[in-house]
Write a new protein. Structure first.
Length: 281
């Protein structure tokens, strides 16, 4: 008969091993979700909170090609700015043909653009049609909370013919994992929470700014917003390329981050009367 050894019986180790295996399996499944990690990739420089700007991740993730070719379709030049640009020379931009602008107002529920007044009022005073945008951080607070923060801090709308509806800037996370730790379904729900709240507060559907590759990765190429929310697509190349699902055409195309006077230049898909029509709702 085998001698009995002191200590933990061998049979008692099996539940522990089984539990450990279950834990490892669950962890593997969690990490497999799109954007499940929350830390920035190793070696990546993480900017200070609040400094994110529209299109910051486009070149890193999608690359950069040439400038757009001439088109017979009438388009109207515009710019987007943030505190990164500081005081903007609006007169110079106007003289170069820029007729509309979007200004970063907020980020998350923790940041307000320190240059907002000069940029928002300066573009208006020179004669441009202008609006405000919000840089989304879906891993910090709910979509509704961020929509309310945006509206309360410059992102509202009025039917004066010179105020464009607010923009939800939803793109790569400069502070961590590109999808902010949300599953594709979770990201769609977050965006819906923001856009529904924005419409309830202002009576307007927010414009959605994004890049096709990010939209595919982080929403599963969801097609549920194209019927309500105008699309502002980012692609730095000679053509606008493939659009996210649900949108047959873009309203605005951000085509470069290296334009004159300020870097981010855009083309509105139509003449100035169509820009004014979007402003009027």
């Amino acid at each position: 008969m085998p001698a009995h050894r002191s200590g933990t019986p061998r049979t008692s180790r099996r539940p522990r091993l089984a539990a450990a295996g279950t834990l490892l399996t669950s962890l593997a499944l969690l990490l497999a979700l799109p954007g499940a990690a929350t830390a920035a990739p190793a070696g990546k420089d993480v900017p200070a909170r609040g400094t994110a700007r529209m299109g910051q991740g486009v070149i890193e993730h999608d690359g950069q090609g040439g400038l757009p070719r001439d088109s017979r379709v009438v388009q109207t030049e515009g710019v987007d700015v943030s505190s990164h640009q500081g005081n903007v020379a609006w007169g110079t931009l106007w003289n170069s043909g820029v007729r509309w602008a979007y200004v970063k107002a907020t980020e998350g529920t923790y940041y307000k653009n320190t240059s907002f007044a000069q940029q928002y009022n300066g573009s208006y005073n020179i004669g441009m049609i202008r609006g405000a945008y919000h840089f989304a951080t879906p891993n910090t607070t709910s979509g509704a909370a961020q929509a309310n923060y945006f509206v309360d801090n410059g992102g509202g709308w009025s039917r004066d013919g010179k105020t464009l509806p607010g923009v939800l800037d939803i793109e790569w996370n400069p502070y961590g994992a590109q999808c902010y730790g949300l599953s594709q379904a979770g990201m769609v729900n977050w965006i819906r929470d923001f856009t529904t709240t924005y419409r309830a507060r202002t009576g307007r559907d927010a414009v959605i700014y994004t890049a096709t590759s990010w939209w595919k990765d982080c929403t599963g190429n969801n097609a549920g917003f194209g019927a309500t929310n105008p699309l502002w697509v980012a692609r730095y190349n000679t053509t606008v390329g493939e659009l996210p699902a649900g949108w047959p055409v873009q309203t605005i195309w951000q085509y470069t981050s290296t334009g004159p006077v300020v870097g981010d230049h855009n083309r509105f898909n139509g003449a100035i009367d169509r820009v004014r029509a979007l402003a009027n709702g």
